[in-house]
Design a protein around this ligand. Structure first.
Ligand code: ADP
Length: 155
């Protein structure tokens, strides 16, 4: 049984994230989407809101659950019995930091493997920050986020 964890800020979850989660759900027996609790980084949505919107967006995926974590990712992965960390890659600009993080995590725990999924080209330029900015200026984000996320913007 292979368990994977998809960690991130998900502020908010986008169709790019969801695509990676859906693909991971086909590859692994169980997938945990883990929202990082990071008190030093301010966020547009609360931890609870981010968790809720992901849970609603992955309701069609029976082997996916949502959780919150803080501290070291590899420690958390070990705690929940996950052997794999899944990260999405959009452009070369993502590579450097992801390479650093994967190398660091490997040093901390070589039993946990980081797996990268190339973004679907439809989502190559999609990020949570882009969605937040567009929404702030009244732009149309309906094609960028899962449907359940929309109502969190109108609160
Ligand atoms: P973090 O702050 O950890 O980067 P994010 O919520 O921004 O958290 O991203 C979580 C993961 O999803 C990261 O691996 C990121 O590269 C990936 N990701 C973000 N947007 C996309 C996208 N449009 N397509 C594919 N992967 C994405």
């Amino acid at each position: 049984m292979t368990k994977a964890v998809c960690p991130g800020s998900f502020d908010p979850v986008t169709n790019g994230h969801l695509d990676v989660i859906e693909r991971a759900a086909r590859m692994f027996d169980e997938v945990t989407v883990a929202v990082l609790r990071n008190p030093s980084k301010s966020s547009r949505f609360t931890l609870e809101e981010r968790k809720d919107m992901i849970a609603r967006s992955v309701a069609h995926l029976p082997n996916v659950r949502v959780d919150v974590f803080d501290g070291l990712l590899v420690k958390y992965a070990q705690q929940i019995g996950a052997q794999v960390v899944v990260r999405g890659l959009r452009a070369i600009s993502d590579f450097d930091i992801e390479f650093q993080m994967a190398a660091t995590n490997r040093k901390l725990n070589s039993e946990i493997e980081t797996v990268f999924m190339m973004t679907d080209t439809r989502y190559a330029f999609l990020s949570s920050s882009l969605v937040r900015e567009l929404a702030a200026f009244g732009g149309d984000i309906t094609k960028m986020v899962p449907e359940p996320v929309l109502k969190y913007f109108s609160r």
